[in-house]
Design a protein around this ligand. Structure first.
Ligand code: N01
Length: 889
C-alpha cells in the first residue's frame, strides 16, 4: 500500500453501545498505538477511544506549515520491533508532519490496530466503580465502556491554550491555531498575516508563512532561543552509529539523560578555554541538534547560571550575526531565561526571515496587545490591519489533556481536578493515589517532554503492560499508589528540579503559560536513564509504594519512598558501586592514601579563585604544610582556618581543594587549609594539637598572609571538623587566639557508636561504620577516646564561638553532629544547624559533583560571613532550599 494512502484511511470498526474490555486507552497517537499492540500481544482485550478521525495524536492535529519533529527522526521512532525498524526508512533528518503521520498510519496498519480504535469519539466521563473494581466510561456517542484498567495516552501537548486576548470573536478575517490546523487547503498567498507566539510552532511556521504573505507581522511576547536544524538526509554519522549496532544504540538511548544516545559530558565550563568552548559551540551549531547543544557542550550548562550564560552569550552572538537590524536582533535575543530552561527550538531560516522586507516584529514587552478588532490587532501604541491571525500560543501542557478533557472520578468520589488543584500529584508520573488502575503515559512527574518522547513512551507502555501482566499472574485486580509514595515522589521531583535551571524560567514546563494554573516544574528533570532505573527499582522492591489487591489473594502493600537520596547523590553512589572499589580499611593506611590520591585525580578541578599559594607554618611539633586560597577581591580578608577530612589518617592540605575554593569564592574570605599530622604515624593528640598550634600561628601571621587582623574563623569537615571543634575549646581554655565562629561539617564529636545513625547508615553510603572503627583505632587508643580533644562532645561547651553545624541524613556521624549542636546550644552557644536531607557524609564537600549541595554551601559561606560581621552575599543559587534547617538556640 502506498504510504500516502495509509494515513488517509480511517477506521471502519463499529462498536456496540456497551463495551466490556480489560483495558481502555484514550488516544491513538504514538503512545496509544504501541499500547494497543502491546496489550493485545500480552493477551488483554483493549479498546482505544480517539477524538480525531484517524491515528496520529499530536501529528494528526499539528499540521501547520513547517511542522516537523525536532528530535532526529532516526531517534524519534518506535524501537519495540526490529522488523518494523527495517521496514521503514525516514527521508529526512527531521521528518515533516505528513511523513510522521504516514509512519504512524503504517504502524497502525502493520499491526492491524485500527480495528480496536474508536475514531471520532470522546470520553465524556470516567468513574471508578469500587464495587466492581472497574472504570466506567461514558462517551459523547452515548456509549459506555467498562474496563478494569484505564490508560491515558493523551499526550503532553494536546490541549490548546485559549489565546487570552480580548476581542478574538470580533475579528472578521481568518483565524488559525497551529495546534488545530485545518485538514483542507489553507489559502495564505498574498495575505496580510499576523502570528502571535514565538515558541516552537511559531518559529517553525514563521519562515514559511513569510514566503506566502504579502506582509507578515510577528507578535512576540518572549523571545526564544532557536538554532538551525540544518535539515537534509539523516546525518551519516548518526546513521552509521545506529546501523553499526542497532540494539546497542537503542539501549544507550534508553539509559541516556534525554533519550538520545549521547555520552555524558564531564568537563565543566571553567576547565575549558574560551577557544575550546567556542569550538564545542560551533560544532553544536553546525550539528543542528537540540540534544547535542543541550547536553554536549559543558557539564554545568544546565545546572549553573554562569556555565549557562557562556552558552547563551554565544547564541545571542549568532542572532546578531543573522539579523541585520540591530534593534530587531536585540528584541529577538532572550535575556529572561537560561538556555534550555524554556524549551529551545530548531529552526530553518527563522532569524534570517526578519531580514525580509515583508516581515515585521512587534515586541509585546514594549507594546502589549490591547485587543483584537474586526480588522486586526491593536497594541497600546498602534493598530495592525491583517487578513489572517495565526495563534501559535501553545498548550495547557501536561495536565490539560488529563484534567480538562473529561471528569475523572476516583475512589470515594474524588475528582482528579480537585486532587491536582495545587499542581499535579503523581507517583512516578504514571499513577495517582486515590485513582486505582488509572495510568498516565508520559504523565506529569515523568521525563516525558524533557526527553525523546518515543523512548519515554515505550518505557512507560512496557512498564505498565508488564505490571498488568504480573498482577494478572498473581491474582491481583487493583493497583494503586500510596500517599506516602506519592509524597516521596513529589519531594524527589523537587530535589531534581533544584539541580536544573528550570526553576529560573516561566514556561509551560512550570505551568506559567496558563493564567491561574498552579506553578511548579511538571516534568521529571532527573533524566531518562535514572528514571528508568527507579521504575525498575520499584518493581524489584516488591512494587514499592503500591497497594495491590484481588479476590482470593492477600492484599499487598510495600509502602515507602523509592528515592530518599538526593538525585545526584544517588547517581554518585551508583557509580561508586559499579566501580567495585576495595574497602578502604582493607588497604592499610599507606595503601589507602595512595588509593585516595589516585581517586581524587578523577574529580573535577575546583573553580578558580584569586590566588592559590602554599607554605609552611609551625605545628605543635614542627613545620606543617598549608595551602592558601585568596579571593579575587581586594583584601585584606578575614581568614578561615580549614581542617580537611580523612579520619585523621587520610588526606592532606590539598585533598579538600574544591571545597576550599568554593568556601573562598562564596564567603569572600581567605581559606588556609592545614596539613596536620596523621595517624597511625602520629596518633592522638597530634592532630588535635597541630590544629590548635596552626590556628595560633595563623592568627599571629594574619597580616603576612594578607589577611585581616582580629578573630579568625575555623572550619572543617569530618575528622577535620573534629579538629576545628577541639581547636575552639583549646583556644578558649588556653588564652586564645580569639575565634569568631566555627563551621563544622559532618563532625566527629564523640567516641560512642550506638547512636541510631551508626545503625541506619552502617553501610551503603560511602563512609561506613567499619571505616569509622578503623579510623578511630588508628588514631586513638580506647583509653584516650573520652578526652575532649578526641571527643569534643565530652568537653566543657560554655563560651564557645558561635557555630554552624551541618549534618547529612545518610551519614553514620549524623547523630553525633546533631548532639554536639544541641549540647552547645544548651550551653548557651549560638548555634545554627543544617540537616541536609538525602545527603551522605561527603555530599557537601563534593563541589560540582553533588550539585544539590549548593544551597548548603551557600548557607555555610553565609554563616562564615555572619561570624565575621560581613553583610550577606546571597547569590541566585541559594534560592533552592533543599535542606531542612533547624535553628537550635
Ligand atoms: O507553544 P509555546 P508551541 N499573547 O507555549 C506566546 C512542542 N512542539 O506550540 O513565552 C501573546 O512554546 C508565548 O509567549 P510567552 C515543543 O515541546 C514541538 O510553540 O508565554 N503571546 C509563546 O511565545 C514546544 O515547546 C515541535 O511569553 C502569547 C508562544 O505563544 C511545545 O510543543 C513543534 C500569548 C507559545 O509557545 C509548545 O510549542 C511545535 C498571548 N496571550 C511544538 N499566549 C517540534 O518541532 C501565548 N503566547 C517537535
Amino acid at each position: 500500500m502506498p504510504d500516502a494512502a495509509v494515513a488517509a484511511r480511517s477506521s471502519e470498526t463499529t462498536h456496540s453501545a456497551s463495551t466490556q474490555v480489560d483495558v481502555a486507552v484514550v488516544g491513538a497517537g504514538f503512545a496509544g498505538l504501541y499500547l494497543l499492540h502491546k496489550l493485545r500481544k500480552t493477551g488483554f482485550s483493549a479498546v482505544a477511544i480517539e477524538e480525531a478521525n484517524d491515528v496520529g495524536g499530536t501529528w494528526y492535529w499539528n499540521r501547520y506549515p513547517g511542522a516537523r519533529c525536532d528530535i532526529q527522526t532516526i531517534d524519534y521512532s518506535y524501537t519495540f520491533d526490529p522488523e518494523l525498524e527495517k521496514a521503514w526508512q525516514w527521508s529526512e533528518k527531521y521528518a515533516t508532519q505528513p511523513e510522521i503521520l504516514r509512519y504512524l498510519g503504517f504502524v497502525a496498519d502493520r499491526y492491524d490496530l485500527r480495528r480496536d480504535i474508536r475514531f471520532g469519539e470522546k470520553v465524556t466521563g470516567a468513574t471508578w466503580d469500587q464495587a466492581a473494581e472497574r472504570w466506567q466510561l461514558a462517551t459523547d456517542k452515548g456509549a459506555t465502556i467498562s474496563c478494569r484498567y484505564y490508560i491515558m495516552a493523551t499526550g503532553c501537548l494536546s490541549a490548546p491554550k485559549p489565546p487570552e486576548i480580548d476581542g478574538v470573536k470580533n475579528f472578521k478575517g481568518d483565524i488559525y491555531f497551529t495546534g488545530r490546523w485545518p485538514h483542507g487547503e489553507v489559502k495564505l498567498a498574498g495575505k496580510r498575516i499576523a502570528v502571535i507566539g514565538t515558541g516552537s510552532s511559531g518559529i517553525q511556521s514563521i519562515p514559511l508563512l513569510a514566503e506566502q504573505a504579502s506582509q507578515l507581522t510577528v507578535f512576540q511576547r518572549t523571545p526564544n532561543f532557536a538554532l538551525p536544524a540544518h535539515n537534509g538526509p539523516p546525518p551519516a554519522d548518526r546513521r552509521a552509529l545506529l546501523e553499526g549496532d542497532r540494539a546497542a544504540y537503542r539501549e544507550q538511548a534508553r539509559w541516556s539523560l534525554a533519550g538520545v544516545p549521547y555520552p555524558q559530558q564531564t568537563a565543566v565550563s571553567w576547565q575549558l578555554t574560551d577557544a575550546e568552548r567556542r569550538e564545542r559551540f560551533e560544532q553544536a551549531w553546525a550539528a543542528g541538534d537540540l540534544i547535542h547543544i543541550l547536553t554536549q557542550l559543558w557539564a554545568d550548562q544546565g545546572v549553573d547560571v554562569d556555565g549557562n550564560n557562556l552558552l547563551s552569550d554565544l547564541i545571542r552572538e549568532k542572532i546578531r550575526e543573522a539579523v541585520k537590524d540591530p534593534a530587531t536582533a536585540e528584541a529577538l535575543s532572550p535575556h529572561d531565561h537560561p538556555f534550555g530552561a524554556k524549551r529551545p527550538c530548531l529552526d530553518t531560516n527563522y532569524y534570517a526571515t526578519y531580514n525580509r522586507p515583508n516581515v515585521t516584529l512587534v515586541n509585546l514587552r514594549q507594546e502589549p496587545i490591547t485587543q483584537i478588532t474586526a480588522t486586526g490587532i491593536t497594541t497600546d501604541k498602534r493598530h495592525f490591519d491583517v487578513d489572517v491571525i495565526v495563534f501559535a500560543t501553545g498548550f495547557d501542557a501536561m495536565t490539560g489533556a488529563i484534567k480538562a478533557v473529561h471528569p475523572i472520578t476516583g475512589r470515594d468520589g474524588q475528582s482528579i481536578n480537585d486532587v491536582w488543584a495545587n499542581g499535579p500529584q503523581t507517583y512516578l508520573g504514571l499513577t495517582v493515589a486515590g485513582f486505582p488502575n488509572l495510568f498516565l503515559i508520559t504523565g506529569p512527574g515523568s521525563p516525558s517532554v524533557l526527553s525523546n518522547m518515543a523512548v519515554s513512551i515505550e518505557q512507560h507502555v512496557d512498564w505498565v503492560v508488564d505490571r498488568l501482566a504480573a498482577l494478572r499472574e498473581a491474582g491481583f485486580t487493583t493497583m494503586e499508589a500510596t500517599e506516602a509514595a506519592q509524597a516521596g515522589w513529589a519531594r524527589h521531583m523537587a530535589d531534581c528540579a533544584t539541580m536544573t535551571l528550570h526553576r529560573l524560567a516561566n514556561t509551560w514546563y512550570t505551568g506559567a503559560n496558563v493564567p491561574g494554573k498552579a506553578q511548579g516544574v511538571m516534568p521529571y528533570t532527573g533524566g531518562v536513564g535514572p528514571y528508568r532505573s527507579i521504575c525498575n527499582e520499584v518493581v524489584g522492591r516488591g512494587m514499592l509504594g503500591f497497594k495491590l489487591s484481588g479476590p482470593g489473594v492477600a492484599a499487598q502493600c510495600n509502602d515507602g519512598e523509592v528515592v530518599r537520596l538526593q538525585p545526584d547523590v544517588r547517581i554518585v553512589l551508583g557509580m561508586l558501586e559499579q566501580m567495585n572499589l576495595p574497602q578502604i580499611e582493607s588497604l592499610g593506611a599507606f595503601g589507602a592514601r595512595d588509593f585516595l590520591t589516585e581517586f581524587n585525580k578523577g574529580r573535577p578541578m575546583g573553580r578558580p579563585v584569586g590566588e592559590v599559594g602554599s607554605g609552611a607554618l609551625q605545628g605543635a611539633d614542627g613545620p606543617l604544610p598549608y595551602r592558601l586560597y585568596r579571593p579575587a577581591t581586594p583584601g585584606p580578608h578575614p581568614i578561615v582556618v580549614y581542617f580537611h577530612g580523612g579520619g585523621w589518617v587520610l588526606g592532606d592540605e590539598q585533598s579538600d581543594d574544591p571545597f576550599c575554593r568554593d568556601l573562598c569564592r562564596r564567603s569572600g574570605m581567605i581559606v588556609v587549609s592545614v596539613g596536620y599530622r596523621h595517624a597511625p604515624e602520629h596518633r592522638f593528640p597530634a592532630a588535635a594539637e597541630d590544629g590548635y598550634a596552626a590556628t595560633r600561628w595563623i592568627a599571629e601571621h594574619a597580616a603576612d598572609l594578607g589577611g585581616k587582623q582580629g578573630p579568625l574563623l575555623v572550619a572543617g569537615w569530618s575528622a577535620g571538623a573534629n579538629i576545628a571543634a577541639v581547636t575552639c575549646q583549646l583556644a578558649r581554655d588556653r588564652g586564645g587566639p580569639p575565634i569568631a565562629g566555627q563551621l563544622l561539617v559532618c563532625p566527629v564529636t564523640d567516641c560512642r557508636f550506638d547512636r541510631q545513625s551508626y545503625a541506619d547508615n552502617a553501610v551503603g553510603y560511602f563512609l561506613t561504620r567499619a571505616l569509622m572503627f578503623w579510623f578511630w583505632d588508628l588514631y586513638c587508643s580506647p583509653a584516650d577516646r573520652t578526652d575532649p580533644r578526641a571527643s569534643p562532645l565530652r568537653g566543657e561547651l560554655k563560651n564557645l564561638p558561635p557555630a554552624f553545624v551541618a549534618t547529612c541524613e545518610f551519614d553514620p556521624l549524623r547523630d553525633e553532629g546533631i548532639a554536639y549542636a544541641e549540647a552547645m546550644a544548651a550551653a548557651g552557644v549560638p548555634v545554627e544547624q543544617l540537616q541536609a536531607r538525602g545527603h551522605i557524609h561527603s555530599s557537601l564537600v563534593m563541589v560540582d559533583v553533588v550539585v544539590t549541595g549548593v544551597s548548603a554551601r551557600v548557607k555555610m559561606a553565609e554563616a562564615l560571613r555572619g561570624f565575621a560581621g560581613l553583610p550577606k552575599k546571597l547569590d541566585a543559587e541559594s534560592a533552592s532550599p533543599i535542606e531542612v534547617n533547624a535553628a537550635a538556640g
